[in-house]
Design a protein around this ligand. Structure first.
Ligand SMILES: Cc1cc2nc3c(=O)[nH]c(=O)nc-3n(C[C@H](O)[C@H](O)[C@H](O)COP(=O)(O)O)c2cc1C
Length: 187
């Protein structure tokens, strides 16, 4: 009888142990941390990554939408007079956002994603940061770009908002879900 009880205990501890090991990134994030994936994307590249981060963490998605949408001409980086060029040349430009303030009360971690525009986060991302109270939250940045790394944009965000906790993330163009899960686990 004692041997039977011992065997049953061993089997159940093996099952429980393997369940604990199978906890995925999503479970861990839900238990320890309430996260939100905030992103800005014009042509869908950053959005695709934001969706994968949401899938990997179980966090909700929030898209920053400019009040005045950008036309193709607005996005023409080769035109010195395009809206995006003018905004990026003006450090004080703050294009209005459509969706206003977000309820971040229960959020500890914000994944903040954007396309690189002229080595920086687009100014509409500054509008989001200044519209919402991000103090005390861990802000994990990610980006997509033609080739530029995330470094310059995060350096500038840290300089502009020294009281906020920006964590330098990665340029994640086309990253598959397993790479994203690995990146999140290492945070
Ligand atoms: C106005 C503008 C400026 C850009 N500046 C850069 C840049 O400095 N470096 C770079 O590698 N890519 C640059 N790009 C390319 C975008 O970062 C890239 O296409 C990005 O993945 C687009 O993301 P989205 O599809 O989420 O909008 C720029 C694109 C635009 C529209």
């Amino acid at each position: 009888m004692n041997r039977l009880i011992c065997t049953l205990l061993m089997i159940s501890s093996i099952i429980l142990g393997s369940c604990a090991q199978n906890k995925n990134v999503s479970d861990m994030d839900k238990e320890n941390n309430k996260a939100l994936v905030v992103y800005y994307s014009e042509t869908g590249t950053t959005e695709a990554i934001a969706k994968k981060i949401s899938q990997a963490t179980g966090a909700d998605l929030y898209r920053i939408e400019p009040e005045q949408p950008y036309s193709a001409a607005d996005l023409d980086w080769q035109d010195d007079n395009s809206r995006s060029t003018k905004e990026m040349n003006d450090r004080t430009a703050r294009p209005a956002i459509k969706n206003g303030k977000v309820n971040l009360d229960s959020i500890n971690t914000v994944y903040l994603g954007y396309p690189i525009w002229w080595d920086q986060a687009p100014r509409v991302v500054n509008t989001f940061i200044e519209t919402n109270d991000l103090s005390g939250k861990r802000i994990i940045t990610f980006c997509t770009s033609g080739e530029t790394s995330i470094d310059g944009s995060v350096r500038q965000l840290k300089a502009d908002y020294p009281a906020l906790d920006f964590v330098k993330g990665k340029r994640l163009n086309g990253a598959p879900i397993n790479e994203i899960e690995k990146w999140i686990s290492g945070r």
